[in-house]
Design a protein around this ligand. Sequence first.
Ligand code: UDP
Length: 384
Amino acid sequence: MSTTADVREVLPGSLGPPRPAVVSGVTLVCGTRPELIKLAPLIRHLGDECAVVYTGQHYDRSLYSPIRADFPPTKRFHELGVGAASRGVQLGRAVSAVDEILAAHPGRVVLVQGDTTSALAGALAANAHGLPLVHVEAGLRSHDRAMPEEHNRILIDHLADLCCAPTELNRRNLLAETIPAERIAVTGNTVVEALRTALPRARERTAVLAGHRLVRDTYVLATVHRPENVDDPVLLAVILRELAALPLPVVFPLHPRTAKSVDRFGLTRLLEPLVVLEPQAYPAFLALAAEAAVIVSDSGGIQEEASVLKRPVVVVRRSTERPEIAGTFGVLVPPGPRIGSAVAAWLDDVAAHRDRLRHIPSPYGDGAACHRIAEALEVMFPLG
Ligand code: UDP
């Protein structure tokens, strides 16, 4: 039976209250919106003795400010200005800027999350200082060497002293690369805690929808921002045409990278049929995602969130490092005409799909990832 129950009510509970300052002297290095989102619950758990180094890889205020505003307090928050540059220049600038911070405030352990240039910079800077390195969200593999993130992940995992793998599959990927089992902990993904903290309640979600004149289950939420989709004018036009042809309104929070490409390639008129929004604050975005009939996205984090929100997601990519949701919450389609047919398959009976999906557990864990990461930190790096 379909229900309007608050999504939070059907999620399993977390393992007790946060344990502040479980591990002191942790420096978290990050530089993008998704890293801030997924590290926030870990900081709440570890306590405000943590220091954060934000490289400024995502420098556009529309991506940074709304997420920073909700970020928990920390002992120090260093904001660096790595900014717009080629990948190599960003990496070089970030390594040297993080190196300066670590020279002044070495701490005991450096922690990075995910697969960004900033995460790799943090890993290299930690290595240069002989500091232990923790990799959160370790062991993801797309096996697609065309993705810069794939190289970042592999490099960080092999530098790390502790690899916190969200899933069993991620652990197996690490073992297959001869990373010793003692260096791996299966923890789940902190995205579950991030989402639970930020997801507005049912009434507030309805208000968010009303602000955009939307009604639950009768719209599609879409995001695209990955370079392979938006830096190519032909592919970007195909994706936008597919979205425009969908039989429901399409809400499209426009990533600044995509906005630039639309402008540069003269594709502005293809946005006209879409409900184009600014990048949303995390709670507002989750409200839109929780109530959408279908999500269409090339984002990594949104694939995971779909499984927690129990919404179907059409993943517009050639490969994914998150195969755990294939066949349940997610379907992978290359940018092109299959987007429309994949969405249509979910629209045949939205209420029935909602009912079916709400009984499938998320492969990304039970909301206790921060607890397990803190425990693994304590075991691996006991306070001297
Ligand atoms: N997100 C957000 N506002 C938006 C669009 C996305 O807060 O307007 C969140 C989304 O819920 C997810 C994260 O941003 O947690 C995904 O970031 P992005 O797609 O930039 O990166 P990726 O996950 O692909 O690394």
